[in-house]
Design a protein around this ligand. Structure first.
Ligand SMILES: [Zn+2]
Length: 52
């Protein structure tokens, strides 16, 4: 899975990732994927599009 790393300032490969739920406005929850940048091990989030 690709994500955006703020340290690398670009796309990175997410490793050790797992799906998580993030709280959003209006008591809603968003599907997200949380892991680490493959290069610098910074925590990287990726918001997943909601399924319809
Ligand atoms: Zn990085």
């Amino acid at each position: 899975m690709e994500g955006y790393c703020v340290k690398c300032k670009g796309k990175c490969e997410i490793v050790n990732g797992k799906p998580v739920l993030m709280k959003a406005k209006g008591d809603k929850q968003r599907n997200a994927y949380k892991g680490e940048c493959a290069k610098c091990k910074t925590t990287v989030f990726r918001i997943l599009p909601s399924k319809k």
